[in-house]
Design a protein around this ligand. Structure first.
Ligand code: CTP
Ligand code: MG
Length: 171
């Protein structure tokens, strides 16, 4: 398989995890409505328990399907690739929440655009997959590709989700 294609297939759990809460999320916020002494919410209403769980499960499921049909060169076997899909998805959701946590500490209002939420989910997902993937995955050119693609796709998909009526704001 083409190398670029393999990098794209690798990203499937991360992107599925990150985008599905827009559709599947809602309900009880992850921080249970609590604020920190700075007066701002821990994560805010944009991070919900259901979104976190649904994103993790959806990304793991998508990555699981991929591991059944194609073994990526970054993993020694399908089971490791499947396990990695879970950590990529969980990492994406954790990184997404961390991005919101930092945003709140900087007093950026819930739902407002900020460069951090564009890349935090990618960075934490990649950190979480370190124990499972071969070092070749983390070649500087690959990381650059992930970064640039995400910086392009994130605003684009948010814009499309807004046009499709899934998101109230276009970012
Ligand atoms: N979402 C969710 N649970 C999560 C993550 C996202 O329910 N763990 C849903 C919320 O409805 C959220 C939408 O997906 O509004 C878009 O997510 P995102 O853009 O990451 O959050 P924002 O609303 O922009 O909030 P923040 O300012 O904290 O980034
Ligand atoms: Mg946002």
């Amino acid at each position: 398989m083409n190398q670029i294609l393999e990098l794209l297939v690798f990203l499937i759990p991360i992107y599925i995890a990150n985008s599905s809460p827009v559709v599947l999320g809602g309900g009880v916020p992850l921080d249970l409505g609590r604020s920190l002494p700075d007066g701002e919410r821990i994560f805010g209403n944009g991070k919900t328990v259901r979104g976190f769980v649904a994103g993790t499960l959806a990304g793991t499921f998508a990555g699981g399907l991929v591991s059944l049909v194609y073994l990526l060169p970054f993993f020694p076997n399908p089971l490791t690739q499947f396990t990695a899909a879970f950590f990529l998805s969980f990492g994406a959701m954790a990184g997404d929440a961390l991005g919101s946590f930092i945003k709140r500490r900087m007093h950026v209002t819930w739902g407002r655009p900020f460069v951090l939420d564009t890349i935090m989910f990618l960075i934490v997902a990649l950190v979480f997959v370190i124990p499972f993937a071969s070092p070749a995955l983390f070649a500087p050119l690959n990381l650059l590709f992930f970064l640039i693609l995400t910086l392009i796709l994130h605003p684009l998909t948010n814009y499309l989700a807004n046009k499709a009526g899934l998101k109230s704001v276009p970012w």
